[in-house]
Write a protein of this length. Sequence first.
Length: 420
Amino acid sequence: MPKNLLQDMVKIKRTRTRVEKPVKAEIAEFYPGAISPVKNDNKKTRYALWFVAFISASFLFFAISFLFSKATITINPKIQDIVLNENLSTEKGGNESVLPFELVVISGEEGKDIETTEMKDVFQKAEGNAIIYNAFGSAPQSLSIDTRLEGSNGKIYKTKTKVTIPGMTKDGKPGSVEVGIYGSSAGPEYNSIPIDFKIFGFKNTPKYAKIYARSKGAITGGFQGKFPVISDDEKASVINELKTALQKKLLEKATDQIPSGFILFKDAVFLDTGEENVEMTSTQENVLSIKMKGTLSGILFNEIKLTKKIAENNIEKYDGSNVYLPNIRDLKFSLSNKDSISLADAKNINFNLSGNTKIVWKFDTGKLMGELLGKSKQDFNQILLQYPNIDSADLVVSPIWRNSIPDKSKNIKITVNYPK
């Protein structure tokens, strides 16, 4: 049976899709005015917090910067260039009005071995020095050259020069004089350690026991036999070499002994040597040993007193300020009578100092430090006016916005550009 088409048709109802509204919208729709918009105050709050933080950080920064504030002061002292050509006088020991000097004296020896092929017969007499005493009376006693001295070793020696022995003093002390002596014959048997002497010519007289002598040091140099020799030119060359080396060595020793605050100019030293201080010996065949003895004397000056003397002569209206010469030790020292003067006996010395130098003024940095503590930066130049020994100065205070110098000395650094 055919289907009823109407029965096959199914009636479909359309379903309406419901769109959910937000809760707030629904509430606003059904309850108008129940919820109002929220005002955004968070932004303003954040700005306020940042502002407070900035103020706090700034305060902390300034507090710390003031706590660690520093001041650096660089000072250029007053300096005057001079060309020195000064004639000066000095007196041993000196006083307040006279430039004083002292002596440094040091002895030593230098030697050298020389190989030679030349040998010759040598007859050499021993030599030395003796001190002759006069206990016979107050009247002086004269002894002629080649006066014979009878040594306690049984050998006869002779005096090199004529001498006069002073008489006894009022308190009974014997008079004495030093004289060079030599063995009456050549040979090593006259070499001796210190010995006593009697005057051979006074034997069997009262003077024999009262006028006597004793050698000063050993008696040396006596020789007889084959001996290595060198030419006169070679000998002179070796002696000059030894003299230069000895002076250098003794000068180094003397320099090490100079007291602090004293000056020894390199040209103010004198080496005393002579033929009598040159000894030639031979301990092995064809080898000649030459030894030189010498004594170096140097003139010492107190640096402060010498500097002030130079300042007085070269600075107009010098007020006695504390000054110094940076290269004072490089000045040229010279004596007009160097070859004739005996430093050991000198009481007064005239000398010349020459060369280019600077006079540099010093000042009391501690006093300046004390006057600057806690002062305004504007007062800096006014304070410097009290120090005529300062030529110029720079002040740097950190942090840069600080208007005053720190009030603690540990926070202030003073640098003075003293020339060296």
